[in-house]
Ligand binder design. Structure first.
Ligand code: UDP
Ligand code: MG
Length: 333
């Protein structure tokens, strides 16, 4: 199975002969960057030595997700300092963290591919640990944060999301929010075959992993800059995770609708009998309204969920490019 998947890939991208290329990287580190000028210098200052310390060839792929600050200049500076080890993919706008990671995956060459946030909340010093765990025979290593240095406002929703999501999607991840993760080339090749426009990388990767594991990683407070996720973006992301990996929300709704419909039929019969025995009552008016509002609420909720799926179908059908690259700096496959 593995061979079947890998052989054609190699034929599609043959190494140009006689070009005296440096050894292909063993590790590819993928960093999505969106307005991170405040942390980039410090990130590179820690990430680079951490990778050098492993002693294997590596590449760092930065994806500039339409930053409007000096991020791009800083990234170009890194490329000048370490040519051959840094790649920059410049997006033509803001397409989101997960699309940025997808773009980098498609251009990554390493045997092991590591994703890390640019904001230094995931310590780069943990990468050797992930690599060692991969080398012990696992094909996906997820980091989970023991002590999260985040505000309660971020922690409580995350906790709830982790619980509900593993129930609904059937994908057991300890910490969906932690992006410090390592994947085997085979998983990356499979992810590259997926052309979803809305996705959640750790869950997608997990569904392709045959031998995943999780290790504890440190987590630091965002020292500078602020979270690039607004509440709205966070809700969108969680919706992607739910609807992207299961149809359970639809099924729950159908079931709920059925039960409620049955209950209202029973209630209708009860009211009819009451009308015959007790006679007309006006006092029940408000109860009726209450029930009506409840039903309308449920209906709107259901229409919303349906719309969510239909919207996704629409997006897929349009077959628009998921992201647009303005330019790639550094290596080219
Ligand atoms: N990010 C991105 N595009 C976006 C939002 C975020 O590339 O539209 C990057 C961001 O630069 C960072 C990572 O994704 O490297 C995680 O973002 P952030 O730290 O803001 O999220 P949080 O830690 O609050 O979940
Ligand atoms: Mg962060």
């Amino acid at each position: 199975m593995t061979m079947d998947i890998q052989t054609p890939e190699h034929k599609v991208h043959p190494e140009p002969a006689g070009m005296n290329k440096p050894a292909p990287p063993y590790i590819s580190v993928v960093v999505p960057v969106y307005n991170e000028e405040a942390t980039l210098e410090r990130l590179f200052g820690r990430l680079y030595p951490a990778l050098k310390g492993i002693g294997k060839p590596f590449e760092i792929i930065f994806v500039d997700d339409g930053s409007r600050d000096r991020s791009m200049d800083l990234l170009k500076d890194f490329l000048n300092r370490c040519p051959g080890e840094v790649v920059i993919i410049e997006f033509n706008g803001n397409f989101g963290q997960h699309m940025a990671i997808m773009a980098a995956f498609e251009r990554s060459r390493g045997e092991i591919v590591v994703t890390i946030d640019a904001d230094l909340q995931n310590p780069p010093e943990e990468i050797p640990k992930l690599v060692r765990t991969m080398e012990a025979g696992f094909d996906a290593v997820g980091g989970y944060r023991k002590i999260r240095q985040d505000s309660l406002f971020r922690k409580i929703p995350s906790w709830a999301v982790n619980k509900i999501t593993s129930r609904i999607t059937g994908i057991e991840l300890r910490d969906y929010g932690c992006m410090l993760r390592a994947y085997h080339r085979r998983i990356i090749d499979n992810i590259n075959k997926c052309h979803e426009t809305t996705t959640f990388i750790p869950a997608l990767a997990h569904s392709f992993a045959s031998n995943p594991t999780e290790v504890e990683v440190g987590h630091e407070e965002r020292i500078t800059g602020e979270s690039k996720y607004t509440l709205y973006k966070l809700i969108r992301l969680n919706f992607d995770l739910m609807t992207g990996f299961s149809v359970v929300p639809l099924q729950i709704f159908t079931f709920l609708g059925f039960v409620i419909a049955m209950l209202s039929v029973a209630f209708g019969i009860f009211l009819a009998i009451r009308r015959i025995i007790v006679g007309p009552e006006a006092e029940g008016l408000f109860t009726l309204f209450d029930i009506l509002f409840f039903l309308i609420g449920i209906m709107m909720f259901g229409v919303g969920i349906m719309g969510e799926y239909v919207g996704r179908i629409y997006q897929e059908v349009r077959k628009r490019p998921r992201y647009i690259i303005r330019k790639i700096y550094g290596h080219n496959k």
